[in-house]
Unconditional design. Structure first.
Length: 227
């Protein structure tokens, strides 16, 4: 694919995660405090729905950091599950984003293919980032195929793509650069943690004239074939 590049799987220290989390939460709670103060003065700041959305975002951020730490400590169980189930759950996990429909496209993977359930976590994060990056009415597609015995799961969007400068930073926690919008800047950090555990790869390529393709690659030892 054009501009294909294997990304280095950066693993932040616990201290870096904590500093980033505190900074992100301070920003969200600062907005809530200011909005409540302005509401008290009779200024419309978008209503209670906006405030509740910010609080919900903060709650999800705490939950995701907790999951990342649990994953790092080996506390997240992983069992073989059907690849079709993994892809379906990754698509369903974006329902709260209220963005374009996710089209799940089966590749040349064969029936009965199973992967570690941890793959669901990695794929859901990559899909969510693609949804965020897509324009209004855009499409995000997933496709899986076997390439030289490796399993490739591709996530394609028709957004702006990722600049070379941002590619050097996108896996770092709480980073969101121009042309790359993530859920608190943790999406690819979460995916990278799973890929470290499974000795996988994260590959970026451009999607034709517009958009990005992120590929999650797993070697044969992490793939089970069942009749």
């Amino acid at each position: 694919m054009p501009g294909e590049r294997v990304l280095e799987l950066y693993r932040p220290s616990d201290e870096e995660l904590l500093r980033g989390l505190i900074h992100a939460l301070n920003g969200k709670m600062g907005f809530v405090s200011l909005a409540l103060e302005l509401q008290g003065l009779g200024t419309d700041v978008g209503g209670s729905a906006t405030l509740q959305g910010t609080v919900d975002d903060a709650s999800r951020l705490l939950e995701r950091v907790g999951k990342l730490v649990s994953l790092r400590r080996g506390l997240v169980p992983s069992n073989p599950v059907a690849l079709e189930t993994v892809m379906g759950e990754a698509a369903a996990s974006t329902s709260h984003l209220h963005r374009p429909d996710i089209h799940v496209i089966g590749g040349s993977m064969g029936n009965g293919l199973k992967v570690p359930s941890l793959v669901t976590l990695a794929l859901a994060e990559v899909v969510a980032n693609a949804v965020h990056a897509s324009p209004v009415g855009g499409t995000v597609q997933m496709e899986a195929r076997i390439e030289s015995e490796d399993l490739d799961i591709q996530v394609m969007d028709n957004g702006k793509g990722v600049s070379e400068e941002d590619l050097d930073q996108v896996i770092r926690p709480f980073y969101s650069g121009e042309g790359f919008v993530g859920r608190g800047g943790l999406g690819l950090t979460m995916a990278a943690e799973v890929l470290e555990v499974t000795n996988g790869q994260l590959i970026y390529a451009t999607n034709g004239e517009q958009g990005a393709v992120f590929t999650i690659r797993f070697s044969p030892e992490w793939i089970e074939h069942h009749a």
